[in-house]
Design a protein around this ligand. Sequence first.
Ligand code: GAL
Length: 367
Amino acid sequence: MSKLVRILSALVLISLLATSLAACGATGSGKVKVGLSFSDFATERWKNEEVLMRKLLEEKGYEVISQEANHDVKLQNDQIDNMVSQGVKALIVVAEDGDAIVTSVDKAAAAGVKVLAYDRLIKTDKIAAYLSFDNVEVGRQQAMGVMKAIDIENWDVAANGPVRLVQLAGSPTDNNATLFTKGQTEILQPYVDAGKIEIVAQQGVDNWDAANALKLMENILTAANNDVDAVVASNDGTALGALQAMKAQQLAGVVPISGQDATADGCNSIVKGELTVSIMKDIRNLSPLAVDLIDKLLKGEAIPEMKKFTLAELTVDPSKQGEVPCVFLDVAQVNQDNVYDLVVKSGFQAYDDVYRDIPEGERPAKP
Ligand code: GAL
């Protein structure tokens, strides 16, 4: 090859590279940046999802920047602004507060950044996608699990009075909490109307914090003289907090209680007979789908699985305007009968975590 030909082909190669980098918005490192923004890492599931999404994004050749806001709404907005100024082309966001975060998300979208609301809705139609589970169904399944455990159909109101039920909702700033409560109410209300259930307390748990749930439950039990028959709690963390208060009154394992997330600790409590039911939301499907959607959004590819929903419908607030493209995945109830197959055998949680403190002889065989 002559020197001239070599120089010319090198030039062609450089210009081809430059065009393709410019086309996909690559940075100096040659990689497109994607930001991950988490409300907190106190909830067991989020760290796992961060690890998984980072790995999948990196495998696709993206550079990942990740931030965690420790439940601080202002900090999460600042972190998002900051990631935008660092040049991210897309953001996957677990919002601490679905309203407050709109400030930074609208700015990001205006700068051309594709924002995916991950698991929790961000209440603006500027997001590129909202990916979650069927959250109303989560609430229904929580209430149904508890109703089954107290055998509501055969509950004798004449002999026992109505079922005295405590409803612990999630964080008031999380739109999912509204949806879980909606689903729970769909199941519970007909029994309330029929005089079969009396709701003795109904409270939200700030930050989904287990310590808050423990305190709330202590107060509720004191006020009710421990006369509580059932608890519908909205996730495993808060249920385990409530269970600590119930344990102190010898009510753990006696009064049924729901959770959510099929966390390692929650499943351990299920096998010990304390938590009655959890809801498994398989993040092994959610995280890869989020990465896949981001990849397609960045490449301008069509995403046929997305369906538009109105914000009014998604927030249960008729005053909200606009529509967002969504994908919702299915959920499943976890209880003592299926925890081994659904959670352990499938590898969702580790055998040793789920059967922690359970004597060797009482454990099922290792899968
Ligand atoms: C919700 C989420 C739940 C639960 C909770 C606690 O938004 O859907 O799975 O983990 O947050 O942070």
